[in-house]
Design a protein around this ligand. Structure first.
Ligand code: GMT
Length: 375
C-alpha cells in the first residue's frame, strides 16, 4: 500500500510511534510518505520506500498566527496526487485529522478518494481537545475520519465520555521494537554515570506540567536519603529550570544529571535501575514501556492508560497522582533488596513483549486495507 503519515515530528511518544510504525511498514513492503513540518527525530532512514515531504508555512507579518492547517491540507492534496497515496494515517485529531478532512474534500472535487485513519494519542483528547474552544472541531474531525484508533482502552473511554462520538474507536496499543533495547555492552557503561553501589533512577519526558516533575525530584530525594543513588533527568520543557532549582534547594544537585533531549534513550535505560512516571494524566506512557523493554521497573501514577502497561506489584507499582509518599516507599522497597530488584527487572522486561512491534503493526495494516476497501 502507499500510505501517508502525518504526525508531530518532535520528541514525544506520538511522533516516535508514528515514525517507528512507518519504518516497520516500509520493511513490510509498503511505500511510506511522512508529511510533516520537519523530519521526524527518529527518522534516520530515508530510502526507496520511505519518503519525507516538508510542509512549509510561509511567514506573513499580517498574520498573528501562521495558517499551518491550510499549508498542511494543501500539501496533502499535492502529495496524494503526486504519489497516488491510497490511505492517510494522521496521528492526533488536532490539527491533523482536521486538515486531512479538508484535503479529502478538495480531492473529492477531482474524483479522488482519500480514506483517513485517525489515531488519538491523549493530548488531543484529555488535555487540549476537550477545551470548549476546540471541542466542536475535534468532535467533527473524529466523526468524519474513516477509521479511528486510540492507544489505550482508557483513552477510548475518555474520548467517548468527553465527546459526542459516532464512530467506533478501535484500541491499538502502542508498541516497541524490542531489538532496540537489547544491551549492546554487558555492563551498559554504567560506570560512566555512577559508582558500583549507587542505584540509578531515570525520568524521561517533555517536562510539561502534566508530568509532575517536582514529584519526580521529591521521590528521588526520599530514595537518596535511604541509599546511594543518582537521578537521570532526560528531556526538555518548561519545567526543567524549576526542577534544577528544586534540586538546588534540596541540596541534591550533585546527584542529579539533566541530559536535555536525547536520541540515546536505549543507552540511558540500559544502565537504569528504576523509572519514575508520576504523571497527572497519561493516555499510555510510552516512556514507561521503553523502560520496561530495557528491564527497568516503573514507579508510576495509576492514571489513564498507565495501568494497561505497568502492572502493579509485578513490573513496578502504581499510586494515586501526587502521592509522593507511597511512590517513594514503593521505590525504596524495590531498590533496597538486590534479589527483589532483579525480579522486578525480569518481570518488566517479560511484560513488555506483549507490545512487540510484530504483534501490533498488522493491526494497523488490517485497518488500512479495510478502510481502502470500504471507501
Ligand atoms: O506525553 C506527552 O506530553 C507527549 C504526547 C505525544 O504527543 O507524544 O504523548 C501522548 O502520546 C503518547 C504516545 O501515544 C502516549 O504514550 C502519552 O501517554 C500521551 N501523553 C498524554 O496523554 C499526556
Amino acid at each position: 500500500m502507499k500510505i501517508g503519515i502525518v504526525c508531530y515530528p518532535t520528541f514525544g511518544g506520538s511522533g516516535v510511534v508514528a515514525t517507528e510504525l512507518g519504518l516497520e511498514l516500509s520493511k513490510r513492503g509498503h511505500e511510506i510518505h511522512f508529511i510533516t513540518y520537519s523530519q521526524p527525530v527518529r527518522l534516520d532512514l530515508l530510502g526507496n520506500n520511505v519518503h519525507y515531504h516538508e510542509v512549509n508555512v510561509p511567514e506573513y507579518p499580517l498574520f498573528l498566527y501562521q495558517p499551518y492547517e491550510l499549508a498542511l491540507s494543501s500539501k496533502l492534496v499535492d502529495m496524494v496526487k503526486l504519489h497516488q497515496i491510497e490511505v492517510l494515517h494522521v496521528h492526533y485529531a488536532i490539527p491533523h485529522a482536521y486538515a486531512a478532512y479538508m484535503a479529502k474534500q478538495m480531492l473529492k472535487e477531482e474524483d479522488i478518494n482519500l480514506p483517513i485513519v485517525t489515531t488519538l494519542h491523549g493530548t488531543d483528547i484529555t488535555l487540549v481537545g476537550s477545551h470548549p474552544f476546540y471541542k466542536p472541531a475535534v468532535t467533527f474531525s473524529i466523526n468524519k475520519s474513516d477509521a479511528v484508533t486510540s492507544v489505550s482502552q482508557s483513552l477510548k473511554e475518555d474520548t467517548e465520555r468527553l465527546f459526542n462520538i459516532k464512530k467506533d474507536i478501535k484500541v491499538i496499543p502502542n508498541f516497541i521494537d524490542l531489538s532496540k533495547y537489547e544491551p549492546k555492552f554487558t555492563d551498559c557503561q554504567r560506570g560512566m554515570m555512577a559508582t558500583e553501589d549507587e542505584r540509578i533512577i531515570t525520568h524521561i519526558s517533555n517536562f510539561r506540567e502534566v508530568k509532575q516533575i517536582p514529584d519526580v525530584i521529591k521521590i528521588f530525594n526520599e530514595i537518596q536519603k535511604q541509599m546511594p543513588a543518582k537521578l537521570m533527568m532526560v528531556g526538555e520543557g518548561p519545567e526543567r529550570i524549576p526542577a534544577e532549582e528544586l534540586c538546588e534547594k534540596l541540596g541534591i544537585s550533585n546527584k542529579v544529571v539533566f541530559f536535555g533531549n536525547s536520541n540515546e534513550i536505549d543507552k540511558i535505560l540500559c544502565f537504569s535501575d528504576l523509572f519514575l512516571l508520576p504523571s497527572r494524566t497519561e493516555s499510555f506512557g510510552l516512556a514507561a514501556l521503553e523502560a520496561m523493554a530495557s528491564g527497568v521497573p516503573v514507579i508510576s501514577s495509576n492514571t489513564g492508560g498507565i495501568p494497561e502497561v505497568n502492572i502493579d506489584g509485578v513490573t513496578g507499582f502504581l499510586s494515586d497522582v501526587n502521592d509522593v509518599e507511597s511512590m517513594s516507599k514503593n521505590a525504596i522497597y524495590i531498590l533496597s533488596d538486590p534479589k527483589r530488584l532483579q525480579e522486578f527487572k525480569d518481570h518488566a522486561k517479560k511484560a513488555s513483549s506483549k507490545f512487540a512491534i510484530a504483534e501490533v503493526v498488522p493491526m494497523y495494516e488490517a485497518i488500512y486495507k479495510e478502510t481502502i476497501r470500504k471507501s
